[in-house]
Write a protein that binds this ligand. Structure first.
Ligand code: FHN
Length: 443
């Protein structure tokens, strides 16, 4: 570790605890966390100027495009088929209760009419403030709205690009100035939290640009992001707004929820999730419907409805929300492969949502056969493995079980409760290939 980084790390260690002690979420914030957990399921929308190149949201970095050249896409971004009502309806059709929208991704392009940059949607031929249109529509359709905001910027000179892991080839030569960049972010966040109504969450991303790769021994940041100032500003303007930061680390002081990317808590398939799950904060995991976040014309590796539903159930069983992504096309429409899947998930949620919404997970450890969720007196045993069995054994249930039935059709099931757990007998019962739900009622 360089001496400069070491000193910064020590500084953060000293400063953070005092900040941790000073942040007390308001009652409204605590209630918002619970509401967030009850809602369980949201739509992530990766969309912006990058969508015009149809090669994912990292296209500027991956194709080594200089900002002077990338800038030309401003002329090409004319999302004439953008219809906020359709986006919100797509989320509703899946049974989703919230949307998290990219306000500004790593290419630095702002999807709203910011006063602090010309690099924005209102300077395209389209000219409209899509965030305003989306926020109004969410309000109308009773859909919560969270805002993704990239801390990392491949476009601005004042972002500390010299120490960044990415964005090294966008042609920036001027020296960075974090104080100026921080002020810019504060100004933008103030706009976002002042002009667009109630904001459910600010979803930060990009911290990892200023650390070693995930899993390294030294994960200290190369800059002091001054999160204490950023987070305090957000909570001052909207105390109920939930702050989450996709830094791929354990939660930092001042954060209200923890997110995982392409992993359920406890897994690390993505190589990004070395951090343990918080035991006190709400959890969320996000995943793509194909392999890309932003629109990618060549990516047809679509997940099945079953995969998406099982991911949602697996997340709920781990007390975790699921944020499922779509990357709309540059014309503003969402491709039918995505809307069809959303609708099919919604059909499943219409039948079985009772065992997901408002539940809590981590009742027992995830098992080979699936997971358990709980609401009031009901335990929902989600049997995700449809291979023939005579019984399911649910370990570690301490409460007294008074009845067991198949959720679908209400067929009563025989069961036996012992000190080590509950056996539910399912021989010859119809098993669902996606999720067979057994409802246990507790005394
Ligand atoms: O670099 C981003 C990526 O484009 C996408 O936004 C995901 C969503 O979780 N987060 C970052 C990678 O960790």
């Amino acid at each position: 570790m360089k001496i400069k980084h070491f000193l910064l790390y020590i500084f953060l260690l000293v400063v953070s605890p005092s900040f941790a002690q000073s942040y007390q979420p308001t009652d409204g914030n605590v209630a918002a966390r619970q509401q967030f957990q009850d809602n369980k399921f949201g739509l992530f929308i990766h969309w912006g100027l990058f969508s015009t190149l149809a090669d994912g949201e990292w296209v500027m970095n991956n194709r080594h495009i200089k900002k002077e050249n990338y800038k030309r896409q401003l002329q090409s971004f004319d999302p004439v088929n953008f219809d906020a009502a359709k986006w919100v309806a797509a989320a509703k059709s899946a049974g989703m209760k919230y949307i998290v929208f990219i306000t500004r991704h790593h290419d630095g392009f702002s999807n709203w009419d910011t006063h602090y940059s010309d690099w924005k949607i209102t300077n395209t031929p389209y000219g409209k403030d899509v965030l305003k249109l989306l926020a109004d529509e969410c309000k109308k359709q009773n859909m919560k709205l969270g805002l993704y905001y990239s801390l990392l910027d491949w476009y601005r000179d004042d972002y500390p690009h010299e120490t960044g892991r990415t964005g090294q080839e966008t042609g920036r030569t001027a020296k960075s100035n974090y104080a100026a960049y921080l002020q810019f972010m504060k100004n933008q966040l103030t706009e976002l939290l002042t002009n667009y109504g109630e904001i459910m969450s600010i979803w930060f991303d990009g911290h990892w640009d200023q650390t070693n790769v995930e899993g390294s021994k030294d994960m200290s940041p190369r800059i002091d992001w001054k999160y204490n100032e950023i987070y305090a500003l957000i909570h001052r303007i909207q105390p109920n707004c939930l702050i989450g930061n996709n830094h791929h680390l354990s939660p930092l002081p001042g954060e209200d929820f923890q997110m995982f990317e392409r992993d359920l808590p406890g897994q690390n398939k993505s190589g990004l999730s070395f951090q343990a799950a918080s035991e006190s904060l709400p959890l969320e995991t996000c995943e793509t419907m194909n392999k890309s976040w932003g629109y990618n014309i060549a990516d047809t590796d679509y997940k099945t409805v079953k995969q998406c539903v099982q991911y949602l159930v697996n997340a709920a069983g781990r007390n975790t929300n699921f944020l499922l992504n779509v990357g709309p096309m540059s014309d503003g429409s969402i491709q039918p492969e995505f809307t069809d899947t959303l609708k099919a998930i919604g059909d499943w949620m219409n039948k079985y949502g009772e065992s997901i919404y408002g539940t809590r997970g981590n009742i027992i450890e995830p098992q080979d056969w699936g997971v358990v969720t709980e609401k009031n007196k009901a335990l929902y045993v989600h049997l995700l493995d449809a291979s023939e069995k005579d019984y399911v054994f649910i370990p570690g249930i301490k409460s007294k079980i008074i009845s067991a039935k198949l959720f679908n059709g209400n067929t009563p099931l025989k069961f036996k409760q012992q000190a080590e757990g509950v056996f539910v007998y399912i021989k010859n019962q119809p098993l669902d290939n996606t999720d067979t739900i057994i409802e246990l009622n507790q005394k």
